[in-house]
Design a protein around this ligand. Structure first.
Ligand SMILES: [Cu+2]
Length: 149
């Protein structure tokens, strides 16, 4: 009897501990969640200003700052001419790291003619990257003579 009480209290303690433990920055996103570019693929030739849509499956877009421990949501980042941000790193705020902290799922991008790399990166409410597992990178070529949308 005494053993059973101890076992039950150990289980309860474990449950409480896991419920209270804050996840590490960028850690704990659903394993099958994925980001994608919608209607834009690797190798595409685009006009100088083009529309980009952000796809997300297995999670939900949510504005930054609302709940930094929520691991079922995140917000998108469009990284220009650079690759994914390591898991847990805060995504820089600058011209080549665009945050969509209101939970936006699309934008217009204007780039100089020539080849460019576009990385879509999801991060948690504190802008901590979910890492390469929740990023995707494509290469596009901007053609100044191609008509815009
Ligand atoms: Cu951000």
């Amino acid at each position: 009897m005494r053993m059973r009480v101890m076992a039950v209290s150990a289980v309860l303690t474990g449950l409480l501990a896991s419920a209270w433990a804050a996840p590490a920055p960028g850690d704990g996103a659903p394993a099958k969640a994925k980001v994608s570019f919608v209607g834009l693929k690797d190798g595409d030739v685009v006009p100088p200003t083009f529309h980009v849509k952000f796809g997300l499956t297995g999670m939900t877009p949510r504005p930054a700052g609302e709940d930094i421990f929520d691991r079922k949501t995140g917000h998108h980042h469009l990284l220009i001419d650079t690759g994914p941000i390591p898991k847990g790193d805060v995504i820089p705020f600058d011209d080549t790291h665009k945050h969509f902290g209101k939970g936006q799922t699309e934008t217009d991008v204007t780039l100089s003619p020539g080849p460019h790399t576009l990385t879509l990166q999801l991060a948690d409410g504190a802008h901590s990257s979910y890492g390469p597992a929740l990023a995707t990178t494509i290469h596009v070529t901007v053609d100044a003579n191609k008509a815009g949308k």
